[in-house]
Design a protein around this ligand. Structure first.
Ligand code: FAD
Ligand code: UDP
Length: 373
């Protein structure tokens, strides 16, 4: 008899399992339908010995001391600082767009004028969403915003979501604002890096507890029939849990094509984005982020695609008003179930980063444990 059956062994499920087992001494069964723990953060060594991220490049970043201190109990960090270029007309443009990027996107006279106007309008060391920039009252900035929108955001977003930036919630493209700084890193957070040794060892440590049993390759519905438990934490898709009675929630999926080369470097950066007509959005070179010393290098082309239930993975919820309304109906149904807690990127239908998934799990634990927060 388990206190909790947890469905999904990504960060949300694994952190909750760890807290409930190690602090509250509860008996936990955690199950994942995939053949491994780690959720989308899962990594492994490929046949060439290169550590690769199966479900796309994962770079940890957070501004939260609490989340950083918590997860750092399960890993050391490699100090990697994520820098990304967009390839625009065969020229690398630093992302997020910042004052340095203007030199690559405009002629030097224009870049100087735009830079001065940006600083004048928003101040130094600030940021502005591209969708706000194109509506700015200053015509120099509006025009610059339109060029940045066309060259960096428009085609990339169409490929990624099959929607234009304006059809999505503004929060999607605001993840990558335009900065009034020079030489910014992709993330602007207090802490960032990749776990030394990879993500999968974090999950082994989180779940290595006598109170936790782990089963992989088993979906929730099967575990529910097979084992006895008091309560459930469900981190899979909310629409699936309720048999789609309120309609299907759409997701975006991805396909990765990996290649190995017998050379130490394939491209300048760990990630290069292609905001153009090519069918892929980015190329990832793993050793440039894991900082693993290997003779050869493995890269992955990332192709966005439609999500088809049972055929591929639901990687991204699609943040739009319409989809949030469908999810709200499921949330109301979920609120009525006293013995089931819903959490995570799928169950909350929210575009969480890893730190946010961990933060959500920690606060749910606090609630369960009756802690004041
Ligand atoms: P998941 O990791 O999705 O785990 C949920 C698990 O539940 C899955 O393993 C799934 O198999 C399992 N499951 C689903 N349904 C069932 C069921 N019915 N029964 C049993 N098991 C079930 N975040 C960052 O912070 N930095 C990054 O650089 C970054 N890059 C990303 C790149 C890509 C391409 C993607 C898709 C995501 C990226 N993320 C990144 C986000 C990160 O992956 C998520 O924040 C994190 O994985 C969320 O953890 P989770 O446990 O909520 O969900
Ligand atoms: N984006 C873009 N061009 C880029 C990078 C990002 O248009 O070169 C937009 C796109 O809509 C993307 C969103 O910004 O989905 C968020 O980018 P992020 O890199 O955070 O996406 P993720 O890593 O989560 O896939």
């Amino acid at each position: 008899m388990y206190d909790y059956l947890i469905a999904g062994a990504g960060f949300t499920g694994a952190v909750l399992a760890e807290r409930l087992a190690s602090v509250s001494g509860m008996k936990i069964l955690i199950t994942d339908r995939r053949p491994h723990t780690g959720g989308n953060a899962y990594d492994y060594h490929d046949s060439n010995g290169v550590l690769v991220h199966k479900y796309g490049a994962h770079i940890f970043h957070t501004n939260s001391d609490r989340i950083w201190n918590y997860i750092s109990r399960f890993t050391a960090w490699n100090g990697y600082n994520h820098r990304v270029d967009a390839m625009v007309e065969s020229k690398p443009v630093p992302l997020p767009v910042n004052l340095d990027s203007l030199d690559a996107l405009f002629n030097s006279r224009e870049a100087k004028d735009i830079s001065a106007a940006l600083i004048n309008e928003y101040g130094l060391n600030n940021k502005v969403a591209v969708l706000d920039l194109i509506e700015c009252s200053n015509p120099i900035l509006r025009k610059a915003g339109e060029v940045i929108y066309e060259k960096i955001y428009y085609k990339y977003t169409l490929k990624q979501w099959e929607l234009s930036p304006r059809e999505l919630k503004k929060s999607v493209t605001s993840r990558l604002p335009v900065y009034t700084t020079r030489g910014s890193s992709y993330f602007n957070d207090k802490y960032q890096g990749l776990p030394s040794g990879g993500y999968s060892p974090i999950f082994s440590k989180l779940l290595n507890n006598k109170n936790i049993d782990v089963i992989t390759g088993m979906p929730f519905r099967e575990a529910e029939k097979t084992f006895r438990f008091s309560k459930v934490i469900f981190t899979g898709a909310a629409d699936e849990f309720f048999d789609f009675v309120q309609g299907s929630l759409p997701y975006r999926s991805l396909r990765f094509e990996n290649f190995h080369y017998n050379k130490s470097s394939f491209q300048e950066r760990a990630v290069i984005n292609y905001p153009d007509d090519r069918p892929y959005t980015r190329i990832l070179e793993f050793r440039k982020m894991t900082l693993q010393e290997t003779a050869g290098t493995t890269i992955a082309y990332e192709y966005p695609q439609k999500y088809v239930r049972g055929e591929n993975e639901p990687y991204y919820p699609i943040p739009s008003r319409e989809n949030e309304l469908i999810h709200k109906k499921y949330r109301l149904m979920a609120d009525k179930l006293n013995s089931v807690t819903f959490a995570g990127r799928l169950a909350d239908y929210t575009y969480y980063n890893m730190d946010q998934a961990i933060g959500r799990a920690l606060s749910i634990y606090d609630k369960i444990a009756g802690k004041k927060v």
